[in-house]
Design a binder for this molecule. Structure first.
Ligand SMILES: Cc1ncc(COP(=O)(O)O)c(C=O)c1O
Length: 363
């Protein structure tokens, strides 16, 4: 019998949904609409797909380990030195690497409750202490977070917009917060949904880096570029030494050649990004209207999903939707058992969701 370390017993694991085809087979429904993982409903950047086809024949070779060309392109685009950029197989993995490299046992990490659960998963490995400050109006309570910073605090994780609630911190508030964070505390600023933000007052990570070297910005190609299945994201580091420290825990060749090439091409696909943004905007306005018509509480969002608080047991509503072929995410694992998160889909998907939700609630 292989001995499994005891510490793993208390580990929380990320539980993704079932494969789509499996859910379809199990339910025996003709069509399954997946609105559970905040993927791009209109597809993938056509330029990225073209690049994948173009580079397919090269996969016998190892990719460049440091994603050289992609880092160069990001550097030119964002005005951040390529040496301060780290590309990885998704930003969630980079969050784990940051924790693995920089934390020691019993260090303190602070975030909010009702936020992205990967932060907890990243920290438990060390194991460091994770302090979750209660959310205020479903968003980050920055004042509350500051009040918990102590000499053991090493990292603060902040998602802006927040997942699963879609709430947003504006630039003035975020800068005021950063001014007060001690400069030996690293703030991991997760902008996975940045491209969906409507607010003109969004604090742009690459600009903040100039003023706050204790910042790391996380971005991803999984959302608006429609490349979740390729696994590619990146981090921008305010301090090169911190990037170099994190690089030490990165396994060799972390990002596949096709992922690198797809991401490079996607960066040029401004038209696809614009279209995706517009579809999302129209979709979320439709969802707001319909949720209001149904008398349901929801949180206005700056991302590509909406957090809904139905009357009664949210898990039952999510189950009812699932049985009728609509998959949304119950947010119990995000400390928000009272609600669920629905990804803004295509017009047709949104309509199917609303129609089915109405049926479930009437049941
Ligand atoms: C806030 C947030 N950060 C990061 C990610 C992870 O994205 P990636 O696919 O780049 O790992 C997600 C994915 O849902 C997210 O919601």
């Amino acid at each position: 019998m292989i001995k499994i370390p005891k510490r793993l017993q208390s580990y929380e694991v990320y539980i993704p949904g079932k494969p789509l085809e499996e859910a379809q087979r199990e339910l025996g429904v003709e069509r399954v609409t997946k609105l559970a993982s905040n993927e791009n409903p209109i597809g993938t950047s056509p330029l990225a797909l073209q690049a994948i086809r173009k580079w397919m024949d090269r996969v016998r070779l190892y990719p460049d380990s440091g994603s050289y060309y992609l880092s160069q392109k990001l550097s030119a685009r964002l005005g951040v030195d390529a040496e301060n950029i780290l590309v990885g197989p998704g930003s969630a993995v980079i969050a784990k690497w940051i924790a693995r490299a920089l934390l020691e046992e019993d260090d303190r990490v602070i975030t909010s409750d009702k936020t992205f659960l990967i932060y907890k998963i990243a920290v438990q490995e060390i194991p460091a202490e994770l302090l979750k400050v209660p959310a205020r109006d479903y968003g980050y309570d920055l004042e509350g977070i500051l009040s918990k910073v102590d000499s053991r605090t090493r990292i603060i994780f902040i998602a802006n917009p927040n997942n699963p609630t879609g709430t947003h911190i504006e630039e003035g508030e975020f800068r005021a917060f950063m001014e007060r964070v001690p400069d030996d505390v690293l703030v991991v600023y997760d902008e996975a949904y940045r491209e969906y933000v409507e607010s003109p007052a969004h604090p742009k990570g690459e600009k903040l880096l100039r003023d706050f070297p204790n910042l790391v910005v996380l971005r991803t190609f999984s959302k608006i570029y429609g490349l979740a299945g390729m696994r590619v994201g990146y981090a921008l580091f305010g301090q090169r030494e911190v990037k170099e420290a994190v690089w030490k825990v990165v396994p060799p060749f972390p990002v596949s050649l096709l992922a690198q090439k797809a991401a490079e091409a996607a960066l040029d696909d401004l038209e696809f990004v614009k279209r995706s943004h517009e579809v999302n905007l129209k979709g979320k306005e439709y969802l707001y209207r319909e949720l209001e018509r149904l008398g349901l509480r929801y949180i206005p969002t700056q991302a590509n999903f909406v957090f809904v608080i139905p009357p009664g047991d949210a898990r039952e509503v999510v189950r009812g939707l699932f049985q009728r072929g609509i998959i949304v995410r119950h947010t119990r694992a995000f400390d928000a058992p009272e609600g669920f998160r629905v990804t803004v889909g295509t017009e047709e998907e949104n309509k199917a969701f609303v129609k089915t939700l109405e049926e479930v609630l009437a049941h």
